[in-house]
Design a protein around this ligand. Structure first.
Ligand SMILES: [Zn+2]
Length: 83
């Protein structure tokens, strides 16, 4: 979730412009226009943008691989010869 405020605003608009059983928007601003109406389309686009999963959305940073440090245990067995 990138922009909660924008998403919330767009969600409210989309809620107010849901098509009814006949596939028409009964919102007062639309007056029975064929769904999806312009406000609903705009709201859904804004919701996608707010979530950041549109084509122009934010790119997640790629996980950086940790450098593998070669840890070699020391062997204290050098030059130990029984005479
Ligand atoms: Zn509408």
């Amino acid at each position: 979730m990138t922009d909660t405020l924008l998403w919330r605003l767009a969600y409210d608009v989309a809620e107010a412009h849901q098509p009814d059983a006949t596939g028409r928007c009964q919102n007062l601003l639309c007056g029975g226009r064929q769904a999806p109406c312009d406000p609903l389309r705009n709201a859904e686009r804004a919701m996608r943008l707010a979530r950041g999963d549109a084509a122009t959305g934010a790119q997640a940073p790629a996980p950086r691989p940790r450098p593998a440090a070669p840890v070699r245990p020391e062997h204290p067995c050098s030059g130990r010869e029984a005479a």
